[in-house]
Design a protein around this ligand. Structure first.
Ligand code: ATP
Length: 339
């Protein structure tokens, strides 16, 4: 039989990005799925040289493959060039940021005794990430929070559609509409409008500060969370902490035409180049990519191999309580896949 390879753009990125990307490519190879990689460099140094956040070679590749697997790209803090991650999501209109939060077998956390299994749907293109900031007069700055009906409706549709097709039961919209009555008020109205189309899904609303507390006290009660961009970003890291930290938190950025899969974590400069990074988050993001590429069996096998290594506890990286490095963990996953 003639097998067609899936074209995918690989963006290793900065910091630990190349280490976790190489590890993930090895795991994907071991699934037996044919992928035709287009490897494109995108990092702080290259952006500095090119003088633009999204050099054309990156967009051209993603235009042609429509699917990306991406490592983190570092963003300078309080100055420098704007976030590449935000620019890419806006440029390709990757409006839905989907982040599953699930415990792994054998992984010790403070929440061992409860089953955590939630999915975060974060709006990915607007809110305070519009980057519209302005110094009105010296020492007085405004930052615009943009919320539109179009963007709010489509992320809400995405969350409810996912809930319905995947047998999920509850959606919680997270907001601060008691203070930002217009902006978060519009977001909430859109969520309610979509919720009415899905009477079989239980819908509730939580103010973001209360949601943060409930997530720590009763994480097992959450199913699908639906949030505007900024709350989604913050709540994602909080939720990652519930199940073992950033090393195990995968994600996907989905649009109408393109999809880019990337871990929740950043470039982790403190451990970059030391062979210590945990590639689990990008490997689980790659499993989401396999589902997107209509290879669900390979996705299941990759996830099962990662879970088996966690259950064995022998080859885990330092961030999740083990002593192994990136290479040892990766070899263990590959060995399981080849078994
Ligand atoms: P960004 O601002 O780019 O989102 P961040 O503030 O979320 O980045 P990270 O770079 O993700 O920060 O790192 C936060 C902490 O988590 C660091 O101490 C880092 O070493 C650790 N960390 C992040 N990812 C991993 C990983 N894959 N393996 C091990 N440790 C990690």
């Amino acid at each position: 039989m003639f097998i067609v390879a899936h074209p995918v753009t690989l963006i290793p990125g900065d910091g630990i990005g190349p280490e976790v990307a190489d590890a993930t490519v090895l795991a994907l190879e071991a699934t037996g799925i044919e992928i035709e990689w287009d490897r494109v460099e995108l990092n702080a140094e290259l952006i500095g040289r090119a003088g633009q956040v999204l050099p054309p070679h990156v967009l051209e590749s993603l235009e042609s493959t429509r699917t990306g697997l991406k490592g983190p790209v570092a963003t300078p803090i309080a100055g420098g060039f704007p976030s590449v991650n935000v620019a890419l999501r806006k440029k390709l209109d990757l409006y839905a940021n989907v982040r599953p939060v699930r415990g792994l077998p054998g992984l010790k956390t403070r929440f061992d005794d409860v089953k955590i299994d939630m999915i975060i749907f974060r709006e990915n293109t607007e809110d305070l990430y519009s980057g519209l900031e302005h110094e009105v007069v010296k020492d007085v700055v405004t930052s615009l929070k943009v919320i539109t009906r179009t963007a709010s409706l489509r992320i809400a549709h995405q969350a409810f559609r996912y809930a319905k097709t995947n047998g999920r039961h509850k959606v919680a919209a997270v907001h601060k509409a008691n203070i930002m009555k217009l902006a978060d008020g519009l977001f909430l109205r859109c969520c309610r409008e979509v919720a009415e189309l899905y009477p079989e899904i239980e819908y509730k609303e939580l103010i973001v500060d209360n949601a943060a507390m409930q997530l720590v006290v009763r994480p097992e009660t959450f199913d699908i969370l639906l949030l505007p961009n900024l709350y989604g970003d913050i709540v994602s890291d909080l939720a990652a902490g519930l199940v073992g930290g950033l090393g195990v938190a995968p994600g996907a950025n989905i649009g109408e035409r393109h999809a880019v899969f990337e871990a929740v974590h950043g470039s982790a400069p403190d451990i970059a180049g030391k062979g210590l990074a945990n590639p689990t988050a990008l490997m689980l993001s790659a499993a989401m990519m396999l589902i997107h590429l209509k290879e669900p069996k390979a996705a299941e096998r990759l996830t099962a191999a990662i879970e088996a290594v966690y259950a064995g506890r022998e080859h885990l990286t330092g961030d999740v309580g083990g002593t192994a490095g990136t290479a040892e963990f990766t070899s263990a996953v590959v060995a399981h896949l080849r078994r």
